[in-house]
Design a protein around this ligand. Structure first.
Ligand code: DC
Length: 224
């Protein structure tokens, strides 16, 4: 059986940075499920579909073929055969992904793809519902979080480094709204699985978080 590590938590907690680093160290495949919801959202945006129009979104889902490929160990997301990885990390796509990921048609399709990937491969998968819904039998479950202030500051620094305009207060408001949507939706809301270990990265460096999670994984792997 494949060894699965599930990392869930709110936007900006550092999940992808941590998961990517750890995957490299352990020789596991990193699966970024947020990128799949973003690819779907990008498709809906391109089609001009309104985020509140569940009927149109449900109908459109069949026309969006999302697949994953790895190039030099880095996840690439293909939408109907086209590599859209570079188009996914904008605030617009992120907000659309948060809004449209509430719909069962979207979730059912992407969860099936995620479960298939984890069945035969040792993965570190990050998202919102990995430990609670996608991989309930994952050997390691982590709930990674950080305060809104810390997450907003991190995002602000990221945008500044890229030379993009950034407004700290607006980022914090967006984060709070996104948290609320992700935590209060009907289907698979973001929450800590009962058997997940809580890691609060507010006052921890990346190296500290990676080594804390690695220690948990290695202990479990020894027992597995
Ligand atoms: O992790 P991210 O910011 O790339 O995710 C974008 C949105 O996708 C997030 O706000 C909610 C949704 N998402 C989800 O519902 N379930 C997941 N497993 C991953 C992401």
């Amino acid at each position: 059986m494949a060894f699965n590590i599930a990392i869930d938590g709110p936007a900006g907690a550092g999940k992808s940075t941590i998961a990517k680093t750890l995957a490299k160290e352990l020789g596991y495949v990193y699966v970024d499920t947020g990128a799949m919801y973003r690819a779907m959202a990008y498709f809906f945006l391109q089609k001009g579909i309104n985020k509140d129009d569940e009927a149109a979104i449900t109908e459109a889902v069949d026309g969006a073929d999302v697949t994953i490929r790895y190039e030099n160990g880095v996840q690439q997301v293909l939408l109907n055969g086209e590599n859209v990885t570079g188009c996914l990390r904008t605030e617009q796509v992120g907000n659309m992904a948060s809004s449209t990921s509430v719909y069962p048609a979207v979730r059912t399709k992407l969860v099936a793809l995620q479960q298939k990937l984890a069945k035969t491969t040792d993965v570190i998968m990050d998202g919102r519902d990995i430990g609670t819904c996608v991989l309930p039998d994952a050997q390691v479950k982590i709930y990674l979080t950080a305060s809104v202030e810390t997450r907003a500051k991190r995002r602000y620094m990221e945008l500044m480094e890229k030379g993009e305009p950034a407004d700290l207060e607006k980022i914090a408001t967006d984060i709070k709204e996104r948290d609320h949507r992700d935590m209060h939706r009907e289907m698979s809301p973001l929450r800590q699985a009962e058997d997940a270990v809580l890691v609060d990265s507010s006052d921890m460096s990346i190296v500290e978080v990676v080594s804390a999670i690695r220690a948990i994984a290695e202990e479990k792997r020894g027992l597995a």
